[in-house]
Design a protein around this ligand. Structure first.
Ligand SMILES: Nc1nc2c(ncn2[C@@H]2O[C@H](COP(=O)(O)OP(=O)(O)O)[C@@H](O)[C@H]2O)c(=O)[nH]1
Ligand SMILES: [Mg+2]
Length: 392
C-alpha cells in the first residue's frame, strides 16, 4: 500500500510530508529497510488494545503513546504537479510516473489561494483553489485518456477487461476497478475501438476515481482566507473529501515534541509545554494554539493519514503474537507489532504478510481475545490479536 502526497509547488507539500513522516516517538533501533529517497514512513493513529486489556505493551514496530498506537505505512512524496504534465512538459513525466504507483492520494491544496498555477506567490485569495482541484484530476485524466486511445482506438481485435488490465497494470488499476466503471456507465467495452475521444475521457475519469481515491488537505487553514474558501469548496465539490489542515502547525508541534519542548500526540487538540522555550518558540506555539487548535480542533494532518488508510483504502490493524495467553512474541514483548492489512483479509493472508515461510507452514490461527481457534477463511477484525499456528 502506498499513499501519495501530491500538489503543485508552494502549497505546503514538503511541509506536510515532513510533518507526516516525523515519528511521533522513538522506538529503538529499527529494522526498516532503506527506502527510496522520496518515500518515508507515516503512521496511522489507532487505539492500542493495551488500554482495554490493562497490559503494558512493549512496542517494536509501532510506538504507543498513552494508549495511542502509531502503525507504520509508506508515503510517497510525488513530484510537483505542473501545468501540461500530461503533455510531458517539465518534470511532468516524473509526476505521472510517481502518481501511477500510489493507491490513494492526499492532495495538498493552497486553500488560501496564495499561489498561482505554477506555485508563484500571489496576494492572498487571488487564486480560486477550486481550479487546483480540477487541475490535478485533469492532468491525470488526459494522460490516461491518451494511453487508452493509443492502445485501443481503431484496433481490429476484440478487447476484453483482461486486455485493459494488462495495459494498465503498472498504474495499479485492477480488474475490479475496470469492471466497476464499465458496469456503472453506458460505456460498452465491446465497442472501445470505435469510441470517440470523449468516451475515452469518460473511461479515464472513471478509472482514476476508482483506483486513486483522493483526500484533499485544504492547507494553510491557519489563515482565515483559507477557512472561508473551504466552505465554498465543500459546496462546489460535493463528491470530494476535504480536511482542513495546517501542515506548518503540525510540523512545529512534532518538532517541538521531538526536542522535548512540548508533549504533543499527533491529531490531538492540546499539547503540554515541558521544556524551556525561547520567545520565538513560545510565539509559534501560541499561534498554533490560537489560530489552529482552538479553531479547528486539530492540525488535520493525522486526520488525513487516518482517513486515507483506514477509510478510503479500508485497512485494519491486527497484532500478531506468539503466546496467546501472555500476548507476547518470542522475546517476551507484549503486543510488539501492529500490522496494517486490507479489510477482508484472513489469518492466512496475515501469515503471508508476516513472512512467506510462516505463510507456507500455516496450519491455523488462534484469536487471542477469545482463545478460540479460527479457520483460515475467518475475516480478521480491527484490533484482533492473532497467534498463527505453523507446522514445525
Ligand atoms: N500559512 C501556512 N503556510 C504554510 C503551511 N504549510 C506550508 N506553508 C508555507 O508554504 C510555503 C511552501 O511550503 P513547502 O512545504 O515548501 O511547499 P511545496 O513547494 O508544496 O513543497 C512555505 O513558505 C511554507 O512555510 C501552512 O499550513 N500554513
Ligand atoms: Mg516541496
Amino acid at each position: 500500500m502506498l499513499v501519495g502526497v501530491v500538489g503543485k509547488a508552494n502549497v505546503g507539500k514538503s511541509t506536510f510530508f515532513r510533518a507526516a513522516t516525523l515519528a511521533p516517538a522513538q522506538i529503538g533501533p529499527h529494522p526498516f529497510v532503506t527506502i527510496e529517497p522520496n518515500k518515508a514512513i507515516g503512521y496511522v493513529k489507532t487505539k492500542c488494545p493495551c488500554m482495554k486489556l490493562k497490559v503494558k505493551c512493549n512496542p517494536n514496530n509501532s510506538p504507543c503513546i498513552d494508549g495511542n498506537r502509531f502503525v507504520p505505512f509508506e508515503i510517497l512524496d510525488v513530484a510537483g504537479l505542473i501545468p501540461g504534465a500530461h503533455l510531458g512538459k517539465g518534470l511532468g513525466n516524473k509526476f505521472l510516473d510517481d502518481l501511477r504507483r500510489a493507491d490513494c492520494l492526499i492532495h495538498v491544496l493552497d486553500a488560501a489561494g496564495s499561489t498561482d498555477e505554477k506555485g508563484n506567490p500571489i496576494p492572498l485569495g487571488e487564486r480560486n483553489p477550486s481550479e487546483d482541484i480540477l487541475f490535478l484530476k485533469e492532468e491525470f485524466d488526459f494522460w490516461l485518456q491518451n494511453i487508452l486511445i493509443k492502445h485501443f482506438k481503431d484496433k481490429k481485435q476484440k478487447i476484453s477487461i483482461k486486455d485493459v488490465e494488462e495495459v494498465l497494470s503498472g498504474l495499479k488499476i485492477k480488474k475490479e476497478h475496470i469492471s466497476k466503471v464499465i458496469n456503472t456507465s453506458e460505456l460498452k467495452l465491446e465497442q472501445i475501438s470505435k469510441w470517440d475521444d470523449e468516451k475515452f475521457l469518460k473511461f479515464a475519469i472513471g478509472l482514476r476515481s476508482e483506483s486513486k481515491p483522493i483526500i484533499t488537505s485544504a492547507n494553510k487553514c491557519d489563515l482565515s482566507k483559507a477557512r472561508e474558501n473551504i466552505k465554498i469548496l465543500k459546496k462546489e465539490h460535493l463528491e470530494d473529501i476535504f480536511i482542513p489542515t495546517s501542515a506548518e502547525s503540525e510540523l512545529v508541534l512534532r518538532e517541538a515534541n521531538e526536542k522535548n519542548l512540548v508533549k504533543y500526540i499527533p491529531g490531538e487538540k492540546n499539547f503540554e509545554i515541558t521544556g524551556d522555550l525561547s520567545k520565538k518558540q513560545e510565539g509559534a506555539l501560541k499561534f498554533v494554539k490560537e489560530k489552529v487548535l482552538n479553531i479547528l480542533g486539530n492540525t488535520g494532518v493525522q486526520q488525513c493519514l487516518n482517513k486515507a488508510v483506514l477509510e478510503l483504502l479500508n485497512f485494519i490493524v491486527v497484532y500478531p503474537v506468539e503466546d496467546e495467553n501472555k500476548l507476547t512474541d518470542k522475546q517476551g514483548r507484549i503486543l510488539p507489532d501492529a500490522y496494517l492489512i486490507k479489510k477482508g483479509s484472513t489469518p492466512l493472508n496475515l501469515a503471508h504478510k508476516i513472512h512467506s515461510d510462516i505463510g507456507k507452514n500455516f496450519i491455523g490461527a488462534i484469536d487471542c481475545k477469545t482463545k478460540r481457534k479460527i479457520s483460515k477463511q475467518t475475516e480478521l477484525k480491527h484490533n484482533d490479536i492473532i497467534k498463527i499456528l505453523t507446522k514445525k
